[in-house]
Design a protein around this ligand. Structure first.
Ligand code: ATR
Length: 274
């Protein structure tokens, strides 16, 4: 009999995770099946009860349940606690353990595509939402020279700096960061600016130095205005496919104890995006 895993969120219809994971399970010869489940916030507790008792091996969690699921779990990893969100649950004989693979997935994706020694980089993270927190925390673990978080609302950037980064890491306004953009070797957009495909960029790229790594966590559009403009200015670019695939690969490892075929997962996602 197949072991069940899946994604809970509201909505979930757009998700490519089922195709990505099912192809990888099949390739590894694992008897797992991944499906997506739309769970209204009012029915989260009931959904967790059902998944626990129906023997789900685990599942992924997306918006709006990443924080609200935490009180229902039996144990939460240190990483997920620091990030304040869970995107992966493992059901260990009825005991539910919460993890967060978003940040580590982002870092793995970046390393896979961009061959720049992170420990020598000054990194700029634009945005201070949930994605920024996960990425900031995971990046700090890889010990880059410095991390700066720039955000429209400085207070939110400061919270992440205090809770997830190191003492010498800093916050800046978007304007301050734009003025010293050439100081950074890696620049990451974690905001939703670019999703509408209206040509707007989260930061002015005028001072971008050629060779800078520009990473956007958005994968639809495939190449945001931020990446397009960066590329014109000689940046090395990477879109959100890397993070999507590698956070999924890390969830796969939690559930199965095996490493998936990452290239296959990536091919499936790129194919689906058309
Ligand atoms: P998530 O949790 O998915 O990362 P979020 O919490 O909605 O997303 O965070 C969105 C980020 O995009 C925030 O940093 C937000 O800036 P504020 O903290 O100032 O709200 C940023 N953002 C969204 N739209 C923006 C805009 N038009 N200009 C500047 N920043 C914007």
């Amino acid at each position: 009999m197949k072991k069940l895993v899946g994604l809970i969120g509201y909505p979930v219809s757009h998700s490519m995770s089922p195709e990505m994971h099912n192809a990888a399970f099949q390739k590894s010869g694992l008897p797992f099946y991944y499906d997506k489940y739309e769970v209204h916030p009012d029915r989260l507790e009931e959904a967790i009860y059902n998944m626990r008792t129906k023997g789900f091996a685990g599942w992924n969690v997306t918006i709006p349940h990443k924080q609200t699921i935490m009180p229902y779990l039996d144990k939460i990893s240190d990483e997920a606690k620091k990030i304040g969100a869970v995107n992966t649950v493992l059901n260990e004989n009825g005991k539910l353990i919460g993890y967060n693979t978003d940040g580590a997935g982002f870092v793995k994706g970046l390393i896979r595509h961009v061959h720049f020694p992170i420990e020598q980089a000054n990194v700029l993270i634009i945005g201070a939402g949930g994605a920024s927190r996960a990425i900031g925390y995971a990046l700090a673990q890889t010990a880059p020279k410095s991390i700066v978080i720039a955000n429209r609302t400085m207070e939110k950037a400061r919270d992440i700096q205090i809770e997830c980064l190191r003492e010498h890491d800093k916050v800046m306004s978007l304007q301050e960061a734009a003025a010293v953009l050439s100081d950074f070797q890696i620049v990451i957009n974690t905001t939703s600016i670019g999703m509408k495909n209206d040509g707007s960029t989260p930061i002015d790229l005028h001072h971008l130095a050629p060779g800078t790594v520009l990473s956007d966590i958005i994968y639809n559009p495939y190449k945001t205005a931020f990446l397009q403009e960066g590329e014109k200015r000689g940046a090395v670019i990477d879109n959100g496919v890397s993070m999507l695939v590698l956070q999924g690969a890390l969830s796969f490892e939690k559930w199965t104890g095996m490493q998936p075929d990452i290239e296959l997962m990536e091919t499936i996602v790129i194919e689906k995006l058309g």
